[in-house]
Design a protein. Structure first.
Length: 253
């Protein structure tokens, strides 16, 4: 295993969370063959030792991205993953998409930025009282526009440039996000169930992407690895600052 000492991945925890439950054999993707342990009652079961190894690899890589100070975009629009992903992203102050993926959200980022700017203009109008001078109908239209923008772009309103990577739950459902990430050469991490193609992402994590416990457990390890990265970055920066301060102090005679 890697150097994620405080983020040890326990196979028993994965078993308890149902990470091993795949889809029906009839829905499988043959590319997932190497990650399937066995079939039981027509359902594929994932090899959790391989899941743990892959999650460990993903944690090491995502920790390095976090250490570099770059952004990681969390993506999950399926019902059982939305809240988990929103909370996880907020915990590490990262952008997220949990309502729906707007086509061109990354490949047409300049246009998306304009919509985000529009949202901040409306916020400013509310804050400085400009809206109070408007007619009731205009105000209502502005409120509706703000709510619509918040729903789709609320999680990325602090994203000023493209993220370095994406962390995705259900790579089949979020295929548009993956296609855009590929086009822009962004690193992708994803929970990959037995019905998906693991080659679609740079760091596939074989696991159940339908159960909340499974999604939460895997995501928690990802987030903890990122926190380790932030801490190492802070330590390095603090040490650098100390060194620079030392150099600035003139030597006494």
């Amino acid at each position: 295993m890697s150097d994620n000492n405080n983020n040890n991945i326990n196979v028993q925890d994965m078993l308890d969370a149902g990470v091993h439950f795949g889809h029906l054999r009839s829905k499988w993707n043959p590319k997932m063959h190497e990650y399937i342990f066995m079939e039981k009652n027509g359902i594929h079961l994932i090899d959790l030792n391989k899941s743990a190894k892959k999650l460990d690899e993903a944690c090491s890589a995502i920790k390095n991205i976090a250490k570099s100070g770059r952004k990681i975009l969390f993506v999950a629009t399926k019902k059982q993953a939305k809240e988990i992903i929103k909370e996880a992203a907020e915990r590490v102050n990262m952008p997220y998409v949990t309502d729906r993926w707007l086509g061109g959200m990354l490949t047409n980022f300049a246009t998306v930025r304009k919509s985000i700017k529009r949202m901040s203009i409306i916020d400013k109008m509310i804050a400085d009282g400009t809206v109070l001078t408007m007619a009731k109908k205009e105000r209502l239209m502005l409120d509706r526009e703000r709510a619509k923008l918040e729903k789709v772009l609320g999680g990325i309103n602090d994203l000023t440039r493209l993220p370095a990577a994406l962390y995705i739950v259900d790579i089949k459902k979020e295929h548009i996000a993956i296609a855009e990430a590929k086009k822009l050469n962004l690193t992708s991490f994803g929970i990959v169930d037995t019905n998906a193609d693991p080659d679609e992402v740079d760091f596939p994590i074989p696991g159940n992407d339908d159960a909340t416990k499974s999604i939460a457990l895997i995501t928690n390890h990802i987030v903890n690895a990122m926190i380790e990265g932030f801490n190492e970055r802070k330590k390095t920066m603090d040490e650098k600052e100390k060194e620079e301060t030392k150099e600035e102090v003139p030597a006494t005679e």
